[in-house]
Design a protein around this ligand. Sequence first.
Ligand SMILES: Cc1cc2nc3c(=O)[nH]c(=O)nc-3n(C[C@H](O)[C@H](O)[C@H](O)COP(=O)(O)O)c2cc1C
Length: 164
Amino acid sequence: MQAVAPEGIEARWYGGLAELPAFIPEAPEPAPPEVLRLREHLAAADAVLFCTPEYAGTLPGSLKNLLDWTVGTGDLNAKPAAWLTVAPPGRGDGAAATLASVLGYVGAEVDEAICTRLPLSRTDIGGDGLVVSPEFRAGATEVLLRLTARRRDSGTDRPDAAIH
Ligand SMILES: Cc1cc2nc3c(=O)[nH]c(=O)nc-3n(C[C@H](O)[C@H](O)[C@H](O)COP(=O)(O)O)c2cc1C
């Protein structure tokens, strides 16, 4: 997404999934450092784009754990959000359904019209680790533009829109 982000949109990857401790409701304050880092990351984002595999018919536990840390905190409340899946048609629907359900609990503003399936296979990945498929790259850019436009529609326009 960073490679295809058009000018004016900064795509930032949250890379701390594996460092997040397991969520427990009565966690002592202050929150663990990686949770604070997640909160800062989300607070800086104008919108959030999710891309996840499906494990055993639903979200990977690690992503559900991340989302559990946002329940009741307002981190994702009213945040424009969408998902992009690279799974082929007929795969990954359980993960998408669970994601939609959980994002509803945390108050994210998911726009179903932006949520997209752009199937990828391993041969679509170049030697540098980036997707080479022009269809995917164009589709991914379109997702960023539409998510950004939605944020602009909601009246929080900033020239340095950040999509996480
Ligand atoms: C533990 C595990 C469980 C999976 N469960 C599902 C599943 O329930 N439904 C599904 O469509 N894909 C499932 N997959 C496939 C993943 O969603 C994803 O497509 C796959 O890991 C990508 O593999 P690749 O990197 O080898 O292409 C599972 C993969 C793993 C590792």
